[in-house]
Design a protein around this ligand. Structure first.
Ligand code: IVH
Length: 705
């Protein structure tokens, strides 16, 4: 950009000042965005600062002309609300991980068990590299590309259609005879050579270099200006699909071959195998060739080849049962242990965290590693000042493996685990007993509701991605607002009164603060407003009850349907109602630990108040029933005895697909029992309670299979 010549502020007329402020607002916002998209700034820092200074000078002289979107009300980059959203017709899933040969064999065994396949049934799996890029979903209608979306949270992604159109590997029109509707999914990546050239250019221009090909590919795709994307050498491999009007093939491998015929690049390393030994051999070949591929991969993905089997296998929460990613071994590095801090978790558990001299491990800068508990520090024998070895595998928090004895400095200091909590209450630390009554390794802060650390962690969990997922309100902002004198967020309900409370703050409103402006404050309030309506399963998960994770939240939501039903049941369980307890525990995947945790959560008056105050702020959406209109929709079904055509797990998954709930034991809430040969006590109980019992053949008749 040519340097802008500014006139003396004193010589500007009001109209000229107004016009220049408008120009500056647009210009500065544009540069903020290019910083934000991990792109290199178009102008130097000095020029950028000059624009901001100019804006302030004019505003000082013409205070009346200050614009609501003035850059002076906003610090740093704009919020990421920059692309339109696209709801994926079929969710974009993630993959479960395997880290060893045994994990892979277990994966295959699980599939065989689930499908009740005999040992001699040839289970064919495909194996292909796991590309370290970012996934993209391309929608074609009548062979023409209509949209492109990033994965986002799996349900909703960002509309990057204009950018995708600039990528050579992405055809605008499909060749051959594609289905009417076809969503092609695959990975956007950058080759190592292209990445190196890009960085050389940056260096020559005196600009900062990029960290790794993956982040650069991601930043390049998420550009507001498609011409920037076009200037970056992005590539695309197709390996999966979303919505398809009519599947043209019956196997994974034939589908990928079809994608190649339609005009996509597909991995030349994808192969089919019918033994695990051959599959693992291919994994090792790919691992050996890894450095010569020319692009980064972080493992090998295995998929069941037969699409009919994939369909039967279905999903568990966010990953398919029919695929797994076999990750390459973790990368290691050595660095200095500078300190050990104690972190207080949501449940008061104290975790020692290693603070490290920053070190790059596999393209990522690591500054912290978990030490799990006090025993781990003793076991590792580490001292502060030591050079420690660390490893990082995938997205897992880095771990400390040990220390290098020769490098121990004479002034290395040993670490004493404290007896009192580092929280402001300085409570004595308790050690939790193990199941057998011994002294456990977990140490806890006893502050509970009074402990600000625990409350903060609860709030962070509450707003996290799988819970309320509020854009612009993450961990950092919870820290920011928690102790805020004007606008504190101390409980979940406080989040939903934030906008109203802010309005009463006059000049001290959020929009007048450093770091916030009118636009970003409004965005935050809008994002909160958007989440006032929340699906039941997310609300249950967000409460942060111990042992109630995402899957348990979903199971409970499906079982109880509405907030009222769930809340009533939870209060009843907390009050010691045996029937309510049995009903809850009869639910599939709900163990006694979860039921105990729900009981103690709702037995605590603080929690009940907190929940009540929250729920009046919300519209809780009832759980979706998977397949309404099916004869078993909304019913609770128990499978018992031995089944011929399917495993117990497949039967349960199938019931859920048809909108029913699968329970593990018979109770007054059971609607139907499907009994095979050898059924015993459950059958008896069903007879006592007068519940309908059918056999496996009648079950298939019922659901029309
Ligand atoms: S299959 C239903 N195949 O890995 C499964 N994913 O952890 C759909 N990825 O989000 C994914 N290479 O971005 C599949 N050959 C490959 C892949 C691959 C990379 C990424 C993808 C996905 C993530 C899952």
């Amino acid at each position: 950009m040519a340097k802008h010549e500014f006139r003396d502020v004193g010589s500007l007329t009001e109209a000229e000042a107004e016009a220049e402020l408008a120009w500056l607002a647009g210009e500065i916002a544009r540069h903020d965005k290019s910083y934000h998209g991990e792109d290199s700034p178009e102008i130097s820092d000095a020029d950028y600062d000059a624009l901001r200074r100019r804006n302030e000078e004019i505003e000082t002289l013409f205070p009346k002309l200050k614009r609501p979107d003035s850059p002076s009300m906003r610090v740093g980059s704009a919020v990421s609300e920059k692309f339109e959203k696209i709801v994926h017709a079929v969710p974009m899933l993630s993959l479960d991980n395997a880290f060893s040969d045994k994990d892979v064999r277990d994966f295959a065994d699980r599939i065989r068990r689930f499908l009740k396949l005999g040992a001699d049934f040839p289970l064919v799996l495909t194996a292909e590299p796991k590309i370290d890029g970012l996934s993209l979903s391309l929608r074609y209608e009548d062979g023409v590309m209509v949209s492109a979306a990033t994965r986002g949270n799996g349900q909703v992604g960002e509309n990057v259609t204009d950018n995708a159109r600039t990528i050579e590997d992405i055809p605008e029109n499909l060749a051959g005879d594609p289905p009417e509707v076809l969503e092609v999914r695959g990975e956007i990546y950058m080759t190592n050579a292209d990445f190196a050239v890009l960085n050389e250019r940056q260096l020559e221009a005196g600009k900062p270099t990029y960290v790794n090909p993956r982040n650069t590919a991601a930043g390049s795709l998420r550009q507001l200006d498609p011409s920037i994307t076009a200037s970056r050498p992005l590539k695309f491999f197709a390996y999966a699909w979303g919505e398809v009007s009519a599947l043209p093939q019956t196997t994974q491998s034939a589908m990928v071959e079809a994608l190649a015929r339609y005009g996509f690049k597909t991995s030349p390393l994808m192969k089919r195998f019918d033994t695990i030994d051959a599959l693992l051999e291919h994994y090792r070949r790919i691992e050996t060739d890894r450095a010569t591929l020319g692009y980064d991969i972080d493992g090998v993905v295995y998929k069941v080849d037969d699409l009919a089997l994939q369909q039967r296998l279905g999903f568990v929460s966010r990953s398919p049962r029919w695929a797994i990613a076999h990750k390459f071994p973790a990368e290691k590095a050595a660095t200095i242990l500078k300190a050990i801090d104690i972190q207080v978790g949501r449940t008061g558990a104290l975790t020692p965290v290693a603070r490290l001299e920053p070190v790059t491990v596999g393209g990522v800068v690591v500054t912290n590693a978990t030490l799990h508990n006090a025993e781990e520090i003793v076991r590792l024998g580490i001292m502060i000042g030591d050079t420690v070895t660390i490893q990082r595998a995938g997205d897992v928090i880095p771990q400390v493996l040990g220390f290098i004895a020769e490098k121990r400095p004479p002034d290395a200091q040993s670490f004493e685990f404290p007896n009192i909590c580092p929280c402001p209450l300085q409570t004595p630390i308790i050690r939790e007993a193990t199941a057998s009554g011994g002294e456990g390794v977990v140490r806890r802060c006893t502050g509970e509701f009074a402990c600000p650390f625990q409350r903060k962690e609860h709030l962070k969990h509450f707003v996290s991605r799988k819970a309320f997922d509020i854009e612009g309100l993450g961990e950092k902002q919870i820290e920011y607002f928690y102790d805020d004198p004007e606008l504190p967020i101390r409980t979940p309900a406080d989040i939903f009164t934030l906008a109203k409370r802010d309005m009463q703050n006059g000049l001290k409103q959020l929009q007048n603060r450093d770091g916030y402006g009118a636009v970003s404050a409004k965005k935050l309030f809008d994002a909160i407003e958007e989440r006032r309506s929340i699906p039941l399963d997310r609300l249950i998960f967000a409460l942060g009850i111990r042992h109630v994770g995402e899957t348990t939240g979903k199971t409970l939501a499906r079982a109880y349907g509405s907030w009222k039903q769930f809340h009533d049941a939870a209060l009843a369980v907390a009050a010691g109602d045996e029937t309510a307890r049995d009903d809850m525990q009869a639910l599939d995947d709900i163990g006694p630990a979860a039921v105990d945790a729900i009981a103690s959560y709702f037995a605590e008056p603080h929690n009940r108040d907190l929940v009540e105050a929250l729920v009046v702020q919300l519209t809780v959406r009832d759980a979706e029933q998977a397949e309404t209109g099916s004869p078993v929709s909304g019913k609770t079904i128990v499978f018992t005895g031995s089944l011929e055509r399917m495993s117990r797990d497949e039967a349960k998954a199938m019931a859920e697909r048809f909108g029913a709930r699968a329970a593990g034991s018979v109770s007054s809430k059971t609607d139907l029992v499907v009994a095979g040969p050898g059924a015993g006590s459950k059958l008896k109980k069903a007879a006592e309670l007068g519940i309908e019992v059918i056999d496996e053949a009648a079950w298939f008749d019922l659901i029309g299979n």
